[in-house]
Ligand binder design. Structure first.
Ligand code: FAD
Length: 261
C-alpha cells in the first residue's frame, strides 16, 4: 500500500493571454481561463499508476481560491480518491516560501503519506522551488525533475533529467518528488470518472484550521515583492534572406550577428 498526495495547482490557460493586476502585480485570475496545470495532470497520472501497482489512496492537495475546485474536480475525475482544498483570502499574492509553508502544514494533516508528487515547475509562477522548500519544512528527502519513478518497498528510485545529463537517484520513503513532462501521458477522465468525481470528498481548510497565522501568508507579508512588470514587446517581423546563390552565407552572417553561432 502506498499512500500518495499530489500537489495540484490551477493556472491560467497557457494559450490564453495572461495579465497581472495593475494594483499589486499579482496574477489577474479573471483575465484568463483557469485550468489544472498540465504538469500536474502528469503528477496525478503517476500517482494513479502507483496506486494501480501497489494499492493505497491518492489525495490531491491544492491551495487556491474558490474556482480552484474545477481543477480539483478534474484530478478527482481522473481517478484520485479525495481532495484537500486550502482556501483562505489571506493567501492572495503569497510568494513561493509562504505557499510551500502552507502546503507543508496541510500535508501534515494527511496521515500515512508515503510519497508527495508535484510538478517540476508551475506554468504561471515558474518558480520551480516548492518541492525543495516542502522537503526542507517536512524534513523529508526530495527527488526532483524526474522523468521516471519506481516505488519498491520503502524506497523510491527515479531518473532525474537536467541539462547535465540523466542521474539515477533513490530515497527512502516518505519523500517528495517532482516530475517533468516526460514522466507519462496523462489519461483523459472517463464519463464514469466525471460522474464519480462529483461524489468524492473535498475537505476545505482555512489557515486557522492549519494552525497557520494569517499574517504569515499573503502579498503584504511576502518576503519577495514584484515591484514592476513590463509586457513583452510584440514579435518583430523576421528578416527575409533572398537566396541569390549566397543564401547560406547570408543566413550564417545573420546568425553570427545575433550571436547564435
Ligand atoms: C505574476 C507572478 C508573480 C510572482 N512573483 C513572485 C515573487 O516575486 N516571488 C515569489 O516567491 N513567487 C512569486 N510568484 C509565485 C507565486 O507566488 C506562486 O504561484 C507560488 O508561490 C508557487 O510558485 P510556483 O507555482 O511557481 O511553484 P513551482 O515550484 O514552480 O511549482 C511546482 C509544483 O508545486 C506545486 N504547487 C505550486 N503551487 C501550488 C499550489 N498553490 N497548490 C498546490 N500545489 C502547488 C505543483 O505541483 C507545481 O507543479 C509569482 C507568480 C506570478 C504568477
Amino acid at each position: 500500500m502506498t499512500n500518495v498526495v499530489v500537489l495540484i495547482k490551477q493556472v491560467p490557460d497557457t494559450w490564453s493571454e495572461r495579465k497581472l493586476r495593475e494594483d499589486d502585480y499579482t496574477l489577474d485570475r479573471d483575465a484568463a481561463d483557469p485550468v489544472l496545470d498540465e504538469i500536474n495532470e502528469r503528477a496525478v497520472e503517476e500517482a494513479l499508476l502507483i496506486k494501480e501497482k501497489h494499492g493505497g489512496e491518492v489525495t490531491v492537495l491544492c491551495a487556491g481560491p474558490d474556482r480552484a475546485t474545477d481543477a480539483i474536480r478534474k484530478a478527482l475525475s481522473m481517478g484520485a480518491d479525495k481532495a484537500i482544498h486550502v482556501n483562505d483570502e489571506s493567501l492572495h499574492g503569497s510568494d513561493a516560501i509562504q505557499t510551500a509553508y502552507v502546503l507543508a502544514a496541510a500535508l501534515g494533516t494527511v496521515e500515512g503519506t508515503e510519497i508527495v508528487i508535484t510538478g517540476n515547475e508551475a506554468t504561471d509562477g515558474r518558480v520551480g522551488s516548492i518541492p525543495a522548500m516542502i522537503s526542507y519544512y517536512l524534513g523529508i528527502p526530495q527527488l526532483t525533475h524526474l522523468r521516471k519513478l519506481d516505488i519498491e518497498g520503502d524506497k523510491a528510485t527515479g531518473e532525474r533529467e537536467t541539462d547535465e545529463g540523466v542521474f539515477t537517484l533513490e530515497a527512502s520513503l516518505p519523500a517528495i518528488v517532482s516530475v517533468n513532462e516526460k514522466i507519462n501521458e496523462p489519461r483523459f477522465p472517463s464519463f464514469k470518472g466525471i460522474m464519480a468525481a462529483k461524489k468524492k470528498p473535498i475537505e476545505t481548510l482555512s489557515l486557522a484550521d492549519l494552525g497557520v497565522e494569517a499574517d504569515v501568508a499573503g502579498v503584504a507579508n511576502a518576503a519577495t515583492t514584484v515591484t514592476g512588470a513590463t509586457p513583452k514587446p510584440p514579435r518583430a517581423a523576421g528578416e527575409k534572406v533572398a537566396d541569390e546563390g549566397d543564401g547560406g552565407n547570408a543566413v550564417a552572417k545573420y546568425l553570427i550577428g545575433q550571436k547564435i553561432i
